[in-house]
Design a protein around this ligand. Sequence first.
Ligand code: FAD
Length: 385
Amino acid sequence: MGRHYDLAIVGGGIVGLGHAVAALRRGLTVAVVDRASSVEGASVRGFGHLCITGQEGEARAYAELGRELWLTLAVEAGFWLGEVGTVVVAQAPDELAVLEEFRDTRGGHDVRMLTPADVRERVPVADGVAVGGAFFPADLQVDPREAAPAIARWLDAHGVDFFWQTTVTGVETGRVHTSRGRVSADAVVVAVDHEVDRLFPGIAEAHGIQRCGLDMLLVEADFERPLTAPVLTARSLVGAAGFAHTPGVDALRERLATERPDLAAFDIDQVFAQRPDGSVILGAARRCGDDVPPFQSETAFELLLEGARSLFGLGRVRILERWQGVHASAADDFLVSSPAPSVRVVSVTSGIGMTSGLGLADRVVDELFATAPGVLTAAGAARSH
Ligand SMILES: Cc1cc2nc3c(=O)[nH]c(=O)nc-3n(C[C@H](O)[C@H](O)[C@H](O)COP(=O)(O)OP(=O)(O)OC[C@H]3O[C@@H](n4cnc5c(N)ncnc54)[C@H](O)[C@@H]3O)c2cc1C
């Protein structure tokens, strides 16, 4: 810890790693400090669905930049990335109508409407279940268990110093205080996702940051054929920012909630992502608040399984794993706060950090380090080495 760095990053999830990638590409020296012994937060607990098309505004800009960064990193760091798109299955006319409205705003290149037969060609939904659907060709998929850890290994091999099992207790300009001593750096980025409420409670309160806990399953099932892409249903659309302005989305949300209050009670959306080994990640039941209760409801898991069985006409579904992932949530999609000069607290507060985190991090590093010919200086900090 004796060395001085250009950038010290707290948090080794995808957002922290994204800052490390951006800094490394700009020739900066980087340290990453994480209290865990490996990447184990939200970044390995999700679907690995890079849902670029469903984003809007700032999130879409970060997602599009992130798309390029993911494509490059997959080659450099050597992990699986599928340019597979997303299949959205419409099971009722109002769901199809919202997809058509979305296509009308985005255009047929980004949003391709599917007939029931097209849907079945791409994913093995049960006969008669789909009234149609849509395909988002730009979307990507990674295996979340593999991707962020591979990026961390690649960064390590390229000279980024990792301090695992090291808890950060506070940061100030030029310094990170940890359970193993001090890390000194020109600039500091804190990328601890929902833990921002523990390290910077004032910032979390000012931005209305909550924790969202998602109950998830990994299953093995007798799918007729592999899923060629992550599969979304209307339940996942009604919460996506890109659909917020489609005229029919409010009525659809209302109909879904009225029709299935049991699913609404557990805030269940239905997303299915098949990993390269054939197992399928299935989720999620969501609870948000100041804290996430550690007790997972079996009823929510049963509802998730029932959704899978009816959509794909499955007989046997074997649960391989259950887990909970937590991410930050707030009214704004992103938190970028500056509690001290050359210190940035960065969190994706909309549950789309895998999609947007790399792009956001690249922009934060751009802003933090003002580039002059041949010199990189941390904005607001005197260079001390
Ligand atoms: C179940 C689930 C499914 C998801 N699916 C998707 C998806 O398909 N697509 C998508 O785009 N997004 C998805 N997301 C959202 C996405 O996973 C997150 O937005 C993203 O992973 C956040 O990355 P992060 O680096 O900020 O957080 P994390 O990956 O949680 O990393 C934060 C790190 O900070 C460390 N840390 C915390 N406090 C301290 C401290 N005091 N000292 C040192 N280290 C500390 C932690 O150990 C952790 O390693 C999902 C989220 C969940 C929970």
